[in-house]
Design a protein around this ligand. Structure first.
Ligand code: NDP
Length: 324
């Protein structure tokens, strides 16, 4: 049995792992089989993570976080959690491989998943012109006319990035003002290859074997129109990934895991949550990292409160005192 298992390997998961490892808790990080490193693995330049004045590539930042956690003794497993049993003092984490791990504390840092438009043809044409990741798929759209749906930072970032490949990029947004930060908006406005389609909702995606266009509905007038496209990128935000804890942990009305006050304590003792899965508002790499710190410290304090005989059953080294 472990003292602590961390589920997720984004900035929250790895920062929690760094703190837990430095407290000699030898955390086990379940990093996922295909999404290890979290969302920053799909990002190019990260310009707002303090300490990197020239910016850093998302995947490189995540590699460094992992290295830092491993340096202090964190172990990383590339597998997916398929089942969690959180009640009681001993928690069980079951992986896709069938392997089970027990721990006295669990930190859930499962992040969020791309939001979908919810259209019938979206799934069918996924991988055939519909994508959620410009850095993954942008290369396939060389010299094509494509569109990005959304009005936030993700949409601006994706649209700007995609102009490296595409001949033209429409940004389709359901309002006439953007949610994106000023700097990202200005970058997109200044780009000749980007054209905005305001007050428009994608009501259908067309194409037999691959995307050839979209149907649009004007959100003000209700008018219908079509737009010919060679590809469609959906960048309309993310939803917290909570499927593993449904019916075990309380959720907020926004769908994030409910935590007590500014802590990471969930409604089940010994279970902590951090990062995008608890944050409907800020959702930055640096706020996720900070939230991972809170979770590791809360978990440490929780572990010190457990009876010695229970702690003795955890095979890993004794609890160290909390070090800042
Ligand atoms: P946001 O939630 O900020 O924006 C989502 C956008 O998609 C909004 O404009 C929203 O419209 C629109 N939208 C949502 N649902 C639908 C729908 N069903 N149909 C059509 N449009 C829809 O998500 P982001 O992913 O852009 O950003 C998430 C967080 O990550 C933010 O905090 C952001 O700052 C951060 N981020 C930072 C980056 C950076 O600094 N480099 C890069 C990328 C993200 P509406 O405005 O009408 O609600």
């Amino acid at each position: 049995m472990r003292q602590i298992i961390i589920i997720g390997s984004g900035p929250a998961g790895y920062t929690a792992a760094i703190y837990a490892a430095r407290a000699n808790l030898r955390p086990l990080v379940i990093a996922s089989s295909v999404e290890a490193g979290g969302e920053l693995m799909n990002t190019t330049d990260v310009e707002n993570f303090p300490g990197f004045p020239e910016g850093i590539q998302g995947p490189e930042l995540m590699m460094k976080m992992q290295e830092q956690a491993e340096r202090f003794g964190a172990e990383v497993v590339y597998d997916d959690v398929v089942r969690l049993e959180l009640e009681g003092a001993v928690k069980t984490v079951t992986l896709g491989s069938g392997e089970s791990h027990e721990a006295l504390a669990v930190i859930v840092a499962t992040g969020s998943a791309y939001r979908k438009l919810g259209l019938a043809d979206e799934e069918r044409l996924s991988g055939h012109g519909v994508s959620w990741c410009a850095t993954c798929d942008g290369f396939f759209f060389k010299n094509k006319t494509i569109a990005v749906v959304g009005g936030g930072d993700s949409a601006m970032e994706e649209a700007t990035f995609l102009t490296r490949f595409a001949s033209k990029v429409y940004v389709i947004h359901r309002k006439d003002t953007l949610r994106a930060s000023k700097i990202m908006q200005e970058r997109a406005f200044a780009n000749d290859k980007i054209e905005f389609v305001w007050n428009a909702e994608v009501s259908g995606i067309t194409g037999d074997d691959a995307v050839d266009g979209v149907r649009l509905r004007n959100t003000v007038s209700g008018d219908q129109s079509t737009l010919e496209l060679g590809g469609l990128f959906v960048a309309i935000g993310n939803d917290p990934r909570t499927h593993l804890v449904h019916k075990q942990l309380a959720l907020t009305p926004e769908g994030t895991i409910a935590v007590q006050g500014r802590s990471s304590r969930t409604t089940v003792a010994g279970v902590f949550a951090a990062g995008d899965v608890v944050d409907p508002t800020y959702r930055q790499a640096v706020t996720a990292a900070a939230s991972g710190t809170v979770a590791a410290l809360d978990a440490e304090h929780y572990l010190t409160s457990l009876p010695q005989d229970l702690l003795a059953q955890a095979s890993e080294p004794e609890l160290a005192t909390v070090t800042e």
